[in-house]
Design a protein around this ligand. Sequence first.
Ligand SMILES: Nc1ncnc2c1ncn2[C@@H]1O[C@H](COP(=O)(O)OP(=O)(O)O)[C@@H](O)[C@H]1O
Ligand SMILES: [Mg+2]
Length: 254
Amino acid sequence: MRKSKKGNEASQVIQEVKDYELDPEAMIQTFELAKIYNITEGIEIRALNGVSIDVKKGEFVSVMGPSGSGKTTLLNMIGALDNPTSGAVYINRTNVAHMDDKQRTNLRLKEIGFIFQFYNLVPVLSAYENVELPMLFAGKPKQEIEKNVNKFLDVVGLNEKRDHLPSELSGGEQQRVAIARALCNEPSILIADEPTGELDTKMGMEIVKLLRELNLELHQTILMVTHDPSIGALAERMLKMRDGKIIDTIITNN
Ligand SMILES: Nc1ncnc2c1ncn2[C@@H]1O[C@H](COP(=O)(O)OP(=O)(O)O)[C@@H](O)[C@H]1O
Ligand SMILES: [Mg+2]
């Protein structure tokens, strides 16, 4: 059956009002999120198969699960880096699907800080310049940039190595630079995909403990993917994923 474009839009709005109950305390809410990749004709991979999660403002939640269970796909949908096949993502009660390109770019630049497994620092820029980069993109005034870069390099304990290139820093130090970079625009959400994947357990624990301290102080909402149970347990709540679904939720005493 063919529907007019207008008719489709109207029914979509009605469906959302009816189905999606938004929680005023939630920073991130997903509803029946699905992502299907079509590898070749006739072969589909269901990377996400109906994920509904709810992360409160200021909450620190970890997502755990074996490789291929859909963790990165989930983060990509929440970070507005990719579109779901069906379902919805709300960030601070706004449906990401309803945002235009400019609003999405703004969301990624100003509201979300990203931390990755391989740090993703620019190799030819110093620690200071790497941290400064998102603020330059966001068009912040020079004074504010200087103040924030210094503040967050201090917070991660790296002001003394501000002029070092990434290649002159250890893995743990590079991840600290990446954390400072993610925080310098003062985002409301931090999204971290296996942030300790390249670090030994002791350094990994230190990095995530730092994230937890910052979370308690600055109240950003944190969603962190890890496959290491001792790292995941540092969050307030652990979500377990398998085959594109959340199969369990564990409240920790943190
Ligand atoms: N761009 C893509 N194209 C096709 N399949 C993909 C793509 N990205 C991820 N997948 C598949 O989706 C599933 C979930 O992947 P991913 O979210 O990366 O899992 P995890 O991060 O938990 O290891 C895997 O089977 C993976 O091979
Ligand atoms: Mg992954």
